[in-house]
Ligand binder design. Structure first.
Ligand code: DSN
Length: 482
């Protein structure tokens, strides 16, 4: 079908949908319409966001949402799940084919859920199953109270080694305030203090000393590629299970930008991802696993997940089918090329980047050189129509709330068609805003980490310049909600 025909059908579908919604709660119809206006009119640089296709978005708005289907394909706790079975089986099939994974589980509602399913599948496989075999029981219901207490103690006393938050890891990789940092005894590996790069020898030394059951690799704010073959060697040496969280870079894996040692699928025992970041699907999660973990991952619902979101699984199937098309590889390569252009744009204007650059989809800009905290920079940029998020940098003196960094990613604007010149201009606009922002003071005149003063006229000037770029690359062209 032609792009014009798709736009025209999408336009009528949403005009009518919003009219129906407005007949019940007009404020929701208005907020939905306004969100499109806002996303169209700003530079979306949040590294974990994207714009899904109309086909993916439309798939989410159906009566598949009305069906309960706890369990797995062909083995549900409710009657009448034949269509959900079709949907879930197709989502899993597309995921297996796209990533070359032996097994895929499409139910997780989010990345945190996908990681919980992965953790519990590893605990089941490595701790629970051997204990049941040893005790001659089929399942935990057959255990004596005493045996159950002992198994429960073992399940709750395992070790996890993950990347620290300030080095670019995710809060679900053993960060204390998250459940992963509470259910496991956790330790964290960081990056080299000089280069900001992963030091595999240091990770190996820590693993040898700590002897974790699980090593988690993957990141949400590390601007470099990871050698997953090396991470697997480390895991094998200490008898750990390697889990990779590829939520941020799944699109680069799907698009074959990350191959060989940089492709986590053949190296990890279990790989998790979200589907809405560089993969450009609906908001949700996926777990991919080697065959030996499949049966335990399949227990995700009802072990740690509520009933599957069938409408979202359907949209995952549509997005994964899109990602299997040849043009997705071009898109993925453009994401990485554009991140390099953005990085070069900053470096050529004297800004400092963590690790000195990027070879994935994101850059981490150290804004302390502008005399600002991440929070001040984030706010000044937002005032100027540039949507980013503040982020800790390694050994951040401003902690995880105020931070010293701004994380910027290229997946969304690459979807809009931005290329090298546009990303260089984006870097120029950001440097302009930060150069013209001063830290503010608290009510009693002390230095503030939150308040700021943006120079007169800067916000309007940057809005206008951003608008010129955005107008050349319209979002959902032809979709008219007026
Ligand atoms: N919130 C996602 C991110 O921005 O990286 C990960 O949870």
């Amino acid at each position: 079908m032609s792009d014009e025909r798709i736009s025209s059908l999408t336009s009528s579908a949403y005009q009518q949908a919003l009219e129906v919604i407005a007949s019940v709660e007009p404020r929701i119809a208005e907020a939905t319409r306004q969100e499109l206006v806002d996303q169209r009119g700003s530079l979306k640089l949040i590294a974990s966001e994207n714009y899904a296709s109309p086909a993916v978005l439309l798939t989410m708005g159906t009566w598949l949402s009305d069906k309960y289907a706890e369990g797995t394909v062909g083995h549900r706790f409710y009657a009448g799940c034949q269509n959900v079975d079709t949907v879930e089986a197709l989502a899993a099939e597309h995921a297996r084919e796209l990533f070359g994974a032996p097994y895929a589980y499409a139910q997780p509602h989010s990345g945190i859920d996908a990681n919980l399913v992965a953790f519990w599948s590893i605990l089941a496989h490595r701790v629970e199953t051997p204990a049941l075999e040893r005790l001659g029981a089929k399942n935990v219901n057959e255990l004596t109270e005493e045996d159950w207490e002992s198994l429960r103690h073992d399940l709750g006393n395992q070790r996890l080694l993950g990347m620290s938050l300030d080095a670019g890891g995710h809060l679900t990789h053993g960060f204390r305030p998250n459940i992963s940092g509470k259910m496991f005894h956790q330790q964290q590996y960081g990056t080299d203090p000089e280069t900001g790069l992963l030091d595999y020898d240091a990770v190996a030394a820590k693993a040898r000393e700590f002897k974790p059951l699980v090593i988690v690799a993957g990141y949400s704010a590390y601007p470099r590629r990871v050698n997953f073959a090396k991470m697997r060697e480390i895991a094998d040496e200490v008898g750990a299970t390697l889990m990779v969280d590829m939520a941020h870079f799944a699109g680069l894996v799907a698009g074959k930008v990350f191959t060989g040692d940089e492709d986590p699928i053949p190296h990890a025992h279990v790989t998790t991802t979200t589907t809405h970041k560089s993969l450009r699907g609906p908001r949700g999660g996926l777990v991919l696993a080697q065959e030996e973990f499949a049966a335990d991952v399949d227990r995700g619902c009802p072990m740690v997940l509520g009933g599957p979101l069938s409408h979202v699984m359907a949209a995952k199937a549509v997005a994964l089918a899109e990602a299997r098309r040849p043009e997705f590889r071009t898109y993925a390569q453009n994401i990485a090329d554009n991140a390099k252009s953005l990085a070069e744009g900053f470096l050529s204007r004297g800004a400092r980047l963590v690790t000195g650059g990027t070879d994935n989809h994101l850059v981490l800009l150290d804004v302390s050189g502008f005399g600002l905290t991440g929070r001040q920079a984030e706010s000044a940029l937002l005032d100027s129509g540039v949507v980013t998020n503040r982020n800790s940098i390694p050994q951040d003196p401003n902690g995880a709330w105020y931070t010293s960094g701004i994380r910027l990613g290229t997946p969304a604007l690459t979807t809009r068609g931005f290329g090298h010149d546009e990303f260089d201009r984006v870097a120029e606009l950001i440097v302009d805003v930060l150069t013209n922002t001063e830290p503010g003071t608290t009510k009693d005149g002390k230095p503030s980490k939150a308040s700021y003063r943006l120079g007169d006229g800067v916000a309007d000037k940057i809005h206008a310049a951003a608008g010129e770029l955005l107008d050349k690359h319209p979002l959902y062209p032809g979709l008219d909600l007026a």
